[in-house]
Design a binder for this molecule. Structure first.
Ligand SMILES: *Cc1c(COP(=O)(O)O)cnc(C)c1O
Length: 379
């Protein structure tokens, strides 16, 4: 089956008891057992639930992986991934990761003995230099948030294999429609399904997809032992959202390309970061490993004062954290998503005070541009 067909059908069959075409929301905590040790595959919904199973199978199929494991949030999924390791282990992480990933590493997991180094994984020499005898994992985000830098998935997978590291990619920004890291030899993919996969800004969830049996076993145990799992209703909402993933992503890509191009011709804008622009430093790599350039753009309006004026004026573009919904969202990384990253680190990573991030929605492009234009006039 091809991508759009899988998005609509994988993991889902008409309900055998009623013929309902849509997978029901199985709002049940427990399941009756026929006799001791005999059940229909479900015992207790912290361990597994049929609506959640349908979503796990669906996203696993989209990523071309063996199994999916759905968590209550992207952060819960990332936490479970890091807890595959033990105190004393070292992890190499992309420098410009999602702010929450940085926060859980620095303020939670370091207290439990995990060690993190944040490096620019865009250049393999930085990765090679960062490896220590106790390095056990490499965690990469590509494109990065919010500067849209691209790391080489094939090179990272090869490096990880050679040194027996678990390689993980946060594929939230690209989605499996545009990029499937497992096909490059990456061990596990993680998503905040809150974003593009669900696509309608109405639930929070995370997933890990992997074909590595030992990772599946550990994460299934984590779901059962820790319990940070996705609710059946959220799983159902996400299944519903994914049915239109392919058509949404095509429109996000088309509109974002158009807006990035428009922004780069505005005099008040210092810099535009979008992998689809020819002047993007990793444009060629993005073209090679992605099926499109996505819906996320960041651009620098020069200063915090300008960013404030601009963001106060936008009307259609909603000033909000998050991304990946059908509606256009706009945010200010330095004070919003990346506020927990120290200012010096932010600066080093290109998260300047004038940087604005836009998650281009699928409204009519003329309306989005008109809104950006009138807001830019405030500067
Ligand atoms: C939002 C996000 C997360 C965290 O996911 P939640 O669902 O909000 O917990 C992780 N990584 C990336 C890239 C994100 O955008």
């Amino acid at each position: 089956m091809k991508f759009s067909t899988k998005a609509i059908h994988a993991g889902q069959e008409p309900d055998p008891s009623t013929g309902a075409v849509m997978t029901p929301v199985f709002l049940t905590s427990t399941y009756v057992q026929e006799e001791l040790g005999k059940n229909k595959g479900y015992e207790y919904s912290r361990v597994s639930n049929p609506t959640r199973t349908a979503l796990e199978k669906n996203i696993a199929a989209l990523e071309n992986g063996a199994e999916g494991l759905a968590f209550a949030s992207g952060m819960a999924a990332i936490d479970a991934i890091f807890r595959l390791l033990a105190p004393g282990d070292h992890i190499i992480v992309t420098n410009n990761v999602y702010g929450g990933t940085y926060r859980i590493a620095k303020t939670v997991l370091e207290n439990f003995g995990l060690q993190f180094d944040f490096v620019a994984t865009t250049a393999m020499e930085n990765v090679v230099l960062a490896r220590k005898p106790n390095t056990k994992m490499i965690f990469v985000e590509t494109p990065t948030n919010p500067t849209m830098e691209i790391s080489d998935l094939a090179a990272i997978a090869k490096f990880a294999r050679a040194h027996h590291l678990i390689s993980v990619v946060d594929n939230t920004f690209a989605t499996p429609f545009l990029q499937r890291p497992l096909e490059f030899g990456i061990d596990a993919v993680v998503h905040s399904v809150t974003k593009y996969l669900n696509g309608h800004s109405d639930m929070i969830g995370g997933i890990v997809v992997t074909s590595r049996v030992e990772i599946v076993e550990k994460l299934r145990f984590s779901q059962k032992a820790v319990g940070g799992v996705m609710s059946p209703f959220d799983a159902w909402l996400c299944l519903r959202g994914i049915k239109t993933l392919a058509v949404r992503m095509k429109q996000h890509c088309e509109s974002a390309m158009h807006i990035a191009d428009w922004l780069s011709r505005r005099k008040k804008i210092v810099k535009v970061n979008y992998p689809g622009l020819k002047n993007h430093p990793q444009h060629a790599l993005a073209k090679k490993q992605m099926g499109g350039f996505g819906g996320m753009i960041s651009f620098d309006v020069g200063s915090l004062a300008n960013a404030k004026k601009f963001l106060k004026r936008v009307r259609l573009c909603a000033l909000a954290e998050s991304l990946g919904g059908v509606e256009t969202l706009i945010s200010h990384p330095a004070t919003m998503t990346h506020a927990s990253v120290p200012k010096a680190d932010r600066k080093k990573n290109g998260v300047t005070d004038g940087l604005v991030r836009i998650s281009v929605g699928i409204e009519d492009i003329e309306d989005i541009i008109a809104d950006l234009e009138q807001a830019l006039n405030a500067i």
